[in-house]
Design a binder for this molecule. Sequence first.
Ligand code: IVH
Length: 682
Amino acid sequence: MAKGTAISEAEAANRMMRLAKEIARHDKLYHDRDEPEISDSDYDSLVLENRALEEQFPHLVRANSPSLRLGAAPVASGLAKVAHARPMLSLDNAFAPEEAEEFVARLRRFLSLPADADVALTAEPKIDGLSCSLRYEGGELALAATRGDGMVGEDVTANVRTIADIPQRIAGAPAVLEVRGEVYMAKADFAALNERQEATAGKIFANPRNAAAGSLRQKNALITAERPLRFLAHGWGEVSAPLGDTQFEAMQRIASFGIPVSSQLARVDGIAAALQHCVRIEQERADLPFDIDGVVYKVDRLDWQERLGQVARAPRWGLAHKFPAEQAETTLMAIDIQVGRTGKLTPVGRLKPVGVGGVIVQNVTLHNRDEIARLGLRLGDRVRIQRAGDVIPQVVENLSRDEPRSPYEFPKYCPECKSEAVAEDGEVDVRCTGGLICPAQRLERLKHFVSRGAMDIDGLGEKSIAEFIALGWLNGPSDIFRLRHRRMELIGRDGWQEKSVDGLLDAIDARANFDPARFLFGLGIRHVGAVTAKDLMKAFGTITALQTAATGDNAQSELSNVEGVGPVVAESLVDFFHEPHNRDELAQLLGLAKPAAFVSSARTTEWSGKTIVFTGTLETMSRDEAKAQAERLGARAAGSVSAKTDLVVAGPGAGSKLKTAAELGVRVATEAEWHAIVSAAG
Ligand code: IVH
């Protein structure tokens, strides 16, 4: 709603009430859950609409006005809260160059400078990450905190210690120095992380900012350590001695401590030069390794910053000049379905090519079946698209929505292997059920089949699997047991000698009559992990008996009767064993590899039914072996520590799990003590 629009006071009050609620809801989604529902620019429009109304009706400004709040208050994420020594402020936004000029005019008026006086500024990219304050005491990193509500943030010290960009110790700094900046994830690292997440059926992040937030705000710093987070400083909080006379000098000083500062930080003479720098940065935007959503201008002289102070939530001396949302209109020409490595069907919109912010866009992600329905998309529709977070373009609006045409039908079969594709109850994702033969899933499936926890076939790594797939030798797991026919051909290939080939073929033969639970786990049926596979084999004895049960009339109830099997697992088993392609492949597989009869390896010991957690680096055994030992004692190996945990075996580097164990009074043993327990029980 534009400023000055005719609106009655009652309407304004009502709208402001709704905006406050709406903005608070989006703040929560963005800050607490890292799952925004709307784009940044749509969010900005809500904030701007609210601000315009507040300017028009100042007496209606609400006590809970979004303009008086700074992001969301820290949530119950399990991280400790910390009060900031100095508040972590936000910035006012501008969108048009004139607004940036007005910012400087305001500064001059406030400082009583002549209208033509130069106001030197710094200009630097506005990084799309999350604010973080790093407190160094005596040169040592003592505390790291997120912004939270600006006054109280979350203690993320342990997590921040895993970020390579951030030095643990700095030399030559004031006794107390709080460096503030942005924790972010580079675009390429974000894409790779999402690929890994997809492969392991983990959470897929909407954009690099959410990935960075989700990675930093972890209770377990070991998870943060696996995430490629970066840091760029843009300011400071408490300091026991000044860092310089100007913003630029102070930032150079911070850089001299070995803390990264943007290479695009520039000192400029006035707003005209600042705007030029902004244009340069915008031109380089697409090539930058990380997302930026604007340029930040700051008054260079720190004595002036001091005099200017702050209003409500933002300093008077700073401004975020946001880039306009990059949108365009075009036509949706086709919807292609891509099948991910875990069988997820993702619709991709093919567009009539259109330029958006200097990049030609011809593909958009449509996310899933529900998103297509939400937008009411059909082929031939005119759509408004946006490059969100600069990564994958999205459809923001269907401009042809009202045209009467029949809706798009989402495929019921996998386009890669023609197996049935289904969405589980309550899930938005549609997945291919032809796990064993689907080419899109082949590499991942085969890798899983031969992995340590499953068939454990030595010498058949990802590289060899990919090589054999490319040769057309491996389509499904049964082909692994046919590799012997390729012996001579394989010996002739680069990188293979008679010895290595025979080693591989022997390793495969050794698994011909293997543990059926491992075999079942290796089939990669959704929700059937190693423990569930064992439970199922304990109940059914053979794969064939399981198959009979899963394809019988009372499949759901018969399967759900098994301890450890709920309706979700039961449904997944039914889907898997009903798919003709899977049955066919399984029949071949069982003809070549005959799993042995299931032998429950668990004995009754004092550990029967107990829960054990292994954490830290185990030095004398692999985690799989440790778990197997626990299971042989009749115990369960769990991933996280709770009041139900009976024992935590901790190796070096154990972190939060050890802490939780101590808090809950759970018994803790070293690896050596664990070995003693195992041999005593034996
Ligand atoms: S200055 C008191 N500089 O944007 C000044 N902030 O919208 C506060 N941000 O909370 C920050 N890049 O998380 C500043 N170059 C930059 C920035 C930047 C990103 C973030 C920061 C801040 C938010 C304000």
